[in-house]
Design a protein around this ligand. Structure first.
Ligand code: SAH
Length: 263
């Protein structure tokens, strides 16, 4: 690498599964720097600057394979220096309510089971079940969430009729299933008592980032409680509220990142 390229800040990869989960990110990029859109592997990658931070923003679509493929492209085709996922999830932890925010510090694939050849949940031949988010990045994301809640939480709760949001940090579990029954969420609680939220992408992103040694962090707003009400709760939360959370959290996170000295 020559000295000129070394000083150019590498972008942050920002991804979500669904357009609502990105909030106003692409519109803000368009207004701030303009957007260069690159299509790669049937996905659009939007390159530009948001709140002062160089970013590549894209939609993975739903599920672990989609998330892994997109994360790999962010790393190899766009040379991102870290990956952040923003989206919604089902609450699993007993104190996790709709409207709360969960920052994943550890991620696990709850549907991975090659037993008895390998322990349940372990990624075969990698010898790991739990993948760590980058703890510094996760702490920065959690700090942005806390600022968002302090500044906008009360108004948001009043407007949408939810409780004042709490920010939780811990285990997020992922699988290729939309969990939507009391019995299914109970079974997850029984096997993984420390799980805070369930979704369909996070642990795949964390595995790919672990393998390529790229820092990652996952933030999820709780759209449902993964029980029989999940389909309706998820749909209304996604269309009415999810974007407000992503917009408010990412703005604070990116502004803080833009002020950091380049690595
Ligand atoms: N019916 C929807 C599909 C939603 S899949 C559609 O037509 O678009 C649910 C998405 O939200 C996934 O990306 C997942 O990560 C997250 N999610 C929210 N609640 C979830 C739950 N209860 N179980 C699993 N994933 C959930």
């Amino acid at each position: 690498m020559n000295p000129t390229t070394r000083t150019v800040a590498r972008p942050l990869g920002v991804l979500a599964a669904l357009p609502e989960e990105l909030g106003d990110l692409i519109a803000t990029m368009r207004a701030e720097s303009g957007v260069k859109t690159v299509t790669h592997g049937r996905r659009d990658y939007h390159v530009g600057t948001v709140h002062g931070a160089p970013c590549v923003v894209t939609l993975a679509r739903i599920g672990k394979v989609a998330a892994a493929a997109t994360t790999s492209a962010l790393i190899h085709a766009f040379d991102v220096d870290a990956v952040v996922f923003t989206g919604v999830a089902g609450g699993v932890g007993p104190h996790v309510r709709i409207g709360d925010i969960v920052v994943g510090e550890t991620l696990l694939q709850h549907d991975l089971d090659a037993s008895p050849l390998f322990p349940r949940f372990e990624v075969p031949l990698l010898g790991m079940a739990r993948f760590s988010a980058d703890l510094r990045l996760a702490a920065q994301l959690a700090a942005a969430c806390e600022r968002f809640v302090a500044e906008e939480g009360a108004a948001l709760a009043a407007h949408f009729g939810t409780a004042l949001p709490q920010v939780h940090r811990g285990l997020v579990i992922s699988g290729d299933q939309f969990v939507a029954s009391a019995s299914a969420v109970e079974a997850l609680r029984a096997t993984l008592p420390d799980a805070l939220a369930v979704e369909m992408e996070g642990a795949a992103i964390a595995q790919v980032c672990h393998e390529y040694e790229v820092p990652c962090a996952i933030v999820r707003t709780v759209s449902d409680t993964a029980d029989d009400h999940a389909p309706t709760s998820f749909a209304s939360f996604l269309t009415e509220i999810a974007g407000t959370y992503s917009t408010g959290i990412l703005r604070r996170f990116l502004e803080a990142r833009a002020e950091e000295p380049a690595a």
